[in-house]
Design a protein. Sequence first.
Length: 186
Amino acid sequence: MKDNPSMNNASSGASRRNLVLGAGAAAAVAGVGVALWRFEPQAVAPADMHPLWSQQFETPAGEGLSMAKFKGKPLLLNFWATWCPPCIEELPMIQAFWRENAANGHQVVALAIDQPSAVRRFLERQPLGFSVGLAGLEGTNLAKSLGNAAGGLPFTVFFKGDGSIWRQKMGQLTQDDLNQWRAATA
C-alpha cells in the first residue's frame, strides 16, 4: 500500500491550522487577562495618610481648593475631562446625587484632567454645584496613586468619613454605585 501524498498534506495542513488556532486562542486569553489586570484598581497607601489630603488645586474661578477640608466626611472624588464622553454623561447624575445628599454630609469633588480653558468653557454651559478642581496632567499621577494603574477616565474613588477608601471605580458610574456608597456610609 502506497502513501497517499494528498492525504498526508491535508492531515499536515489541519494540524498546522489547529496549532495556529490554539496559539491564537492562548494569546487572546492572555491579552484579556492582562487587560483586566491592568484596568483593575490597585491597592493604595493608607487613605488617612495619603498625599491627597495635602493637595491643593485651583478652581475654575481661580480660588484655592484644599483637599484637607474634605477629610472627615464621606467623599466622592471623580477624575474627569471635557473630552471624555462617559465622564460628561455621568456628571448630571453625580450633580443630582450631590444635591440630594449634601445635607447628609456626602461631599463630591471633581478633578479635571484637562486644560483650564476647556473646563471653564464646559462649566459655562453645564454648571456644577459641587467643587471642581483643575488637576491638569498631574491629576493623572494622583489618580494612579489612588489605584488607577491604567490612568483611564472616568475614575472615581469613594471615601468613607474616616478617610479610608470604600471603593474605586474605573469607568462610568451608575446610579447603583451611588446608592451602594450612600448605604455603606450611612
